[in-house]
Design a protein around this ligand. Structure first.
Ligand SMILES: NC(=O)c1ccc[n+]([C@@H]2O[C@H](COP(=O)([O-])OP(=O)(O)OC[C@H]3O[C@@H](n4cnc5c(N)ncnc54)[C@H](O)[C@@H]3O)[C@@H](O)[C@H]2O)c1
Length: 434
């Protein structure tokens, strides 16, 4: 298949507004991007900055970098801003997060000090473990959303931005199942105006405001937020791309590589036990059972979709899948994730596989943030709207409407992403038959 998409040029400045801009992931993303821009760091983990894409046949040996052939905004064009419930500038927040060394912060200190969070749309009932002071006052959720819209407009004007992208890297809100209020745009607007504080989370106010302002919205946490028919409808109506949910960084990334391996070799699975210790603020928030429930649902969704027990009952009928996150302060952002996998081989003989990933949560998440804002901006300029399933590669719970099944396999997701880029630039998509 060969077609070319009409892409508006990436001219002018790109505003990147981060919800939770003082958090560990956000500050690591900002510091790294600014450092790379100054030539002080290497963007390791970023597809937009480092990955290549083959052009022509394999024997032509032509592998240019994606950023050299796909019309992405450059790092020099990015202007950062955002919201947080704490007023510290991004330099102070990054110090507080203790992810990066002082040496890395010093290189971009002036730029970081200049980024001061705007007041947040926040309601403690949705994040019980946090108590913020830097928050907006509003009589209704509708008014709260209007204030966020005004922030976006002001930021755009003050910084002379051509376009804005909004990314949620704020705390995980409590679990909220899909309710009647989320089904239609009309019902959703009514609930906002009637100040239904049970069904309208603060995250939804940001998402609605972004879409209303024509800004793509990226959902990095597992909250319901933009993952509902009302928002799908709104984003289509406004011609704005949306994507989510929950950055796929450590344990789940491994799961979406290992589970396809078992299935490809027709190996069985009895159980998969995953546990984590984590000591940052995210770990503290997830220590609250209501916030953990949101994360748990997101983390559990992966295995069944990949293994398809309905097709292979003899292999995957009774899988025991458990996920735990334990708040353990001494480790700070340096999460340790253990997986115990009870697999089954020829004639039913049991085997075990153990994975111990001593990772760094924000170091894994930061490059995803960079790629997502650049790709979401590209999607906007390509006139793509609604759910961007080609960005599923980056998410634990890829958003999908009721007619589609999400794709979890990391490598299938990657092919989908690259084939979309190939289509955008008018290259043949790859089927790997040659
Ligand atoms: N690091 C990873 O690997 C990873 C992977 C998947 C998802 N996530 C999600 O990303 C999010 C950020 O993680 P983190 O480690 O940076 O957490 P963090 O606690 O360090 O940062 C979250 C920030 O959001 C702010 N905040 C909370 N509610 C807000 C609101 N309504 N408006 C504005 N700001 C608000 C907090 O004050 C805090 O500064 C979490 O939801 C986490 O679950 C992280």
């Amino acid at each position: 298949m060969k077609m070319k998409v009409e892409v508006k040029p990436a001219s002018g400045k790109l505003g990147v507004l981060v919800v939770g801009v003082g958090g560990a992931v956000s500050t690591t993303f900002l510091v790294g991007t600014l450092a790379v821009r100054k030539g002080l760091a290497t963007p390791i983990g970023s597809i937009t900055q480092l990955a290549t894409m083959r052009l022509g046949k394999r024997n032509e040996n032509n592998f240019p970098k994606i950023k050299d052939i796909v019309p992405l905004a450059t790092l020099d064009d990015i202007v950062f801003g955002g919201w947080d419930i704490f007023p510290e500038d991004v330099y102070a927040a990054a110090k507080h997060a203790e992810v990066l060394t002082d040496k890395d912060l010093e290189g971009v200190k002036d730029e970081l000090i200049a980024i001061k969070p705007m007041k947040a749309a926040f309601d403690q009932n949705f994040v019980k473990r946090l108590n913020g002071t830097h928050v907006k006052e509003a009589a209704t959720r509708w008014e709260l959303m209007e204030q966020v819209r005004e922030d976006i407009r002001n930021f755009k004007a003050q910084n002379n931005c051509d376009r804005v992208v909004v990314i949620w890297a704020a705390s995980t809100e409590i679990y909220l199942p899909l309710a009647d209020e989320h089904q239609t745009l009309e019902g959703f607007r009514k609930a906002m105006k009637e100040n239904n504080v049970e069904q309208i989370a603060p995250s939804m106010c940001y998402a609605y405001a972004a879409i209303a302002e024509g800004a793509p919205f990226i959902m990095g946490a597992p909250n319901l937020c933009v993952d509902m028919p009302a928002m799908w409808e709104f984003s289509k109506e406004m011609n704005v791309p949306i994507c989510g949910k929950d950055f796929k960084t450590g344990q789940t990334m491994l799961k979406t590589v290992l589970a396809p391996m078992l299935k490809t070799r027709m190996l069985g699975l009895d159980g998969w036990f995953s546990t984590n210790i984590l000591g940052n603020r995210d770990g503290e928030v997830l220590d609250d059972p209501d916030s953990f429930k949101t994360k748990e649902v997101s983390k559990l969704s992966v295995i069944d979709t990949i293994l398809q027990p309905e097709l292979y009952p003899e292999l995957y009928k009774n899988i025991y899948h458990k996920v735990r996150i334990n708040y353990y302060p001494p480790r700070k952002d340096n999460k340790e994730g253990w997986d115990n996998i009870d697999l089954v081989g020829w004639m039913g003989y049991p085997m075990q596989l153990k994975v111990d990933f001593l990772c760094r949560d924000s170091i894994l998440a930061a490059p995803l943030c960079l790629d997502l804002v650049l790709f979401a901006d590209l999607a906007l300029r390509c006139n793509f709207s609604g759910i961007q399933s080609w960005l599923s590669f980056y998410f634990k719970s890829p958003m999908h409407d009721f007619e589609h099944v999400p794709e979890h396999d990391l490598f299938i997701q990657y092919i989908k992403l690259k084939n979309t880029l190939r289509t955008i630039i008018g290259e043949e998509t790859l089927d790997y038959i040659d």
